[in-house]
Design a protein around this ligand. Structure first.
Ligand code: PEP
Ligand code: MN
Length: 449
């Protein structure tokens, strides 16, 4: 990055998925306020995540990233936060134990409010209204679709409150491995999933007992009592992101760098990764580790250009490539991408998002995803990497800790006709609690082979 980059430079570039507000003076007041609000994450946490992702890129650990498609301000509440944290921790326990690999955890949480849409407008009862763009732009209720700049401040405060409670839980022993029974398997129907999870917990308890006996665990080890958990969201609303971007002395390099202080990790979506566009211009300047969604429309040479733009020094693990081709298309597209990236000399974190290429419409016009397609994309991605002498370094899921009915299949065998039982999402369908544990067990198994 050149020394002259500033967080506002993206304004001179063409932008897609932009939000048009009626009252620019109101937007300016809000942004002015945002620039004065304190950081939510620190430079040392961001540097720490960069180090952890470098290890993931080198195949020494595995990245688990997951959370809602569209986080709502309403989810900023005790039960949903606990449920989300619990499922991510349980999945990472299964992965760490089953695959014998350290896990880097990044939640899609505390800021995942903005959504790109295929069309800015939609029809409602014969009238054209704005599409729902996420809680930081407008409301889901059809009467509340006008973009409201105050919602940007709402995003900041809901993110801060969510992150605060996540930190409180982790500091108070929520992730303490000495008490895994606290993470009970409420509402898991499948006997197999229960049995497999309880087996791990039993083995883990035995191991901890043994360590205590030999004096290797006196109950105060940071590693066993808590975990690192980072937060992430799609960097879509650049006014918001640039207001939270601050020049800070890096604790690692002692140089002044631009950090996005609103989240540890940010990614560029499939719709906003134009090499000369505003989103890439913003993302190339920040010190945070970043993700890029890679789909069937990504041209391999263009991907290499993008990597050169956002990571000219080719720092290992700075960029996470999140592939989302769809079960039918992985075999065709992924090998070309792996080969082009290898030849470029970049070493990214390769992550599979088996959700976004597998969205289908079920009866009642509900968006759904079939568990079997998700598993197929995942297993094929593992295999293609192996065949190309590469390695899959992580996974990215849309999931929730609640027992929603949005994706079809899994060990609880949800059917098309069950979808309406508890269909909650305001955007894409998520794996529910049990389906999330199912995939964790499957990944642990693939990883062993
Ligand atoms: C998302 O992650 O919710 C999303 C919109 O993904 P993509 O950009 O890959 O379509
Ligand atoms: Mn989504």
């Amino acid at each position: 990055m050149s020394n002259t980059w500033t967080p506002q430079d993206w304004k001179s570039k063409p932008i897609v998925q932009d939000v048009i507000y009626e009252d620019q003076a109101h937007v300016d007041r809000v942004l002015n306020k945002l620039t004065r609000l304190p950081p939510m994450v620190s430079a040392s946490e961001v540097d720490n995540l960069r180090r952890q992702l470098k290890e993931a890129a080198l195949g020494e650990s595995f990245l688990l990233q997951g959370g809602d498609c569209a986080e709502l301000f309403d989810y900023c509440s005790q039960d949903p936060i606990e449920a989300k944290l619990k499922v991510l921790l349980q999945m990472s326990l299964v992965l760490t134990w089953g695959a014998r690999t350290p896990v880097v955890r990044i939640a899609r949480m505390a800021g995942q409010y903005a959504k790109p849409r295929s069309s800015p407008m939609e029809m409602h009862e014969g009238k054209e209204i704005h599409s729902f763009r996420g809680d930081n732009v407008n409301g889901y209720d059809p009467s509340d679709r006008k973009p409201d700049p105050e919602r940007l401040l709402g995003a900041y405060f809901h993110s801060a409150a969510t992150l605060n409670y996540v930190r409180t839980l982790l500091d108070s022993g929520f992730a303490d491995l000495h008490e895994p029974s606290k993470w009970n398997l409420s509402h898991v129907r499948s006997e197999n999933v229960r049995r497999e999870y309880e087996k791990i917990v039993q083995q883990l308890t035995d191991s901890l007992d043994f360590m205590k006996t030999i004096g290797a665990d006196n109950g105060s080890s940071n590693v066993l009592n808590s975990v690192d958990l980072f937060v992430s969201h799609e960097a879509l609303l650049l006014d918001y992101e640039s207001s939270l971007t601050r020049l800070i002395t890096s604790p690692t390099t002692k140089e002044k760098k631009w950090y996005n202080t609103g989240s540890h990790f940010l990614w560029i979506g499939d719709r906003t990764r134009q090499p000369d566009g505003a989103h890439v211009e913003y993302m190339r300047g920040i010190e945070n580790p970043i993700g890029i969604k890679v789909g069937p429309s990504t041209v391999p040479e263009e991907l290499v250009n993008l990597l050169n733009t956002v990571n000219p020094k080719k720092e290992i693990g700075k960029v996470t490539l999140i592939t989302r081709f769809g079960a039918e298309k992985v075999e065709k597209f992924l090998p070309q991408h792996i080969e082009a990236v290898r030849q470029s000399g970049h070493i990214p974190v390769w992550v599979c998002d088996p959700m976004h290429g597998n969205t289908k419409t079920a009866s009642g016009n509900l968006k759904t995803r079939h568990f079997i397609d998700i598993i197929q994309e995942l297993s094929q991605t593992f295999r293609v990497h192996k065949d190309c002498s590469s390695k899959l370094n992580g996974v990215h899921f849309e999931l929730t800790g609640d027992s929603v009915t949005e994706c079809i299949g899994g060990s609880m065998d949800l059917r098309d006709t069950d979808l309406s039982t508890n269909y909650q999402t305001h955007c894409d369908p998520r794996l529910n609690y049990e389906q999330s544990l199912d995939v964790a067990f499957l990944i642990a198994k693939y990883y062993e082979n």
